[in-house]
Design a protein around this ligand. Sequence first.
Ligand code: PLP
Length: 472
Amino acid sequence: MIDALPEKGVPGEQILAELRELRGGDLPTHGGRLFAYVYDPALDGLDDLARSAHAISAHVNGLDPTAFPSLLAMENALVGAAARLLGGDAETVGSVTSGGTESLILAVKAARDAHPEIARPRLVIPSTAHAAFAKAAHYLRVELDVVPIEGLTADPRAMAAAISPDTILVAASAPSYAHGVVDPIPAIAAVSAERGVRFHVDACFGGWILPYLRRLGADLPAFDLSVPGVTSISVDLHKYAYAPKGVSILLHASEELRRPQYFAYADWPGYTMINPVISSTRSGGPIAAAFATLRHIGDAGYLDLAAQTRAAVRTLADAVTATGGVRLFAPAATSVVCLASDGVDLFVLADELAARGWHTQPQMAYADLPPTIHLTVTAAVRATAASFAPDLADAVAAAQARGPIDVPPLPPLTPSAVTPELIASLAEGLGLGAGDFSRMAVVNTVLNAAPPALREALLTGFLSYLQRPPTQ
Ligand SMILES: Cc1ncc(COP(=O)(O)O)c(C=O)c1O
């Protein structure tokens, strides 16, 4: 048991050794074998630089840029770089946020608060849009209009049909997280502009690599602020800009569009609080680390990293195409490889890949879409990609030998019947109580069979089960 508040303080060296031991139980953040959660450019010295930059500004508070102009200067520089990369012009403004979810919540808030006369504001998204839009809608009490897709991309005609007088924002992805495909941004921008509605492009995931892929000749549609009708765009620096976690950028096409994003409050005895983003006190650490990362890699460096990523994507996609039992589910046109089953149980396959050191992300069936396996590919994968094909073939053979998971039909269970006691007994029964998550096929099969609301309840219960203080 680790005690965060021991009776007497513990020497620093011991604490660092404890932290290293704890980290030893994590998935590998570096080395090109983890295909979700982490973004690794495999550049020597970059981590040390970002760490040092973080340390210089860790105690600086973004709450008041007049007290800490260093942070204001770095934020403006980051916003300027993003605007340049993403088709902005002299009118473009933006904010540095803590991540993609915060950028999307703020895009929705700005759109909602621009229309105080709309009593029941609505947000139109394609069904492939990131779950963070649902979170934004939930937090901000905005109704969500989820529009079915055509193929794997948003359908501009259906999106247009979903726009009503109460629509405050239309949004689409460049690219979508699940499949890595870019929505037809120009067509959706046009219909949004025609109806006088703001249009947000969620480029949180791919916004820092798509421009470079396009420069390298990839056949990808225009998706940024240069497209008429795009009013805001978000890009996460902690994804393909390879900055440490905690930094995203939300750009607006003009200051007027950004204005309702701010929160201001002077009606109390303390300082007047003026916040562009959700947090008030904000550490300068992640911002300084992102600033150092961008300046060190530079434009030419990002182009090179995009070329390496593109080569890795091709190698992985070729491996999938050449292997029986699996197939490419979406064209591998960006930085995602998404595969579906052609006879193999994908959840068993994911376990078999993990046993061979490849950590992928299983995705559950949704509407008409089957379960898939998602691979976020970063530049570090260039070095490991060649050894994926034999391991994939081996893992498919092992999964076929094990056969599909056969779970008995779930007893009828409603979300409200999911109690802490039920979760505890399920966790023990499925062998998750001891914290070993290496064999997840049975769990994933059960979750895949559960309707979304039940899956939400089960996983919320499980997270709550995990998130308890250690017993003394
Ligand atoms: C397209 C897209 N939007 C938004 C997000 C949310 O970003 P974050 O996890 O930084 O909040 C993600 C995360 O993967 C994403 O892929």
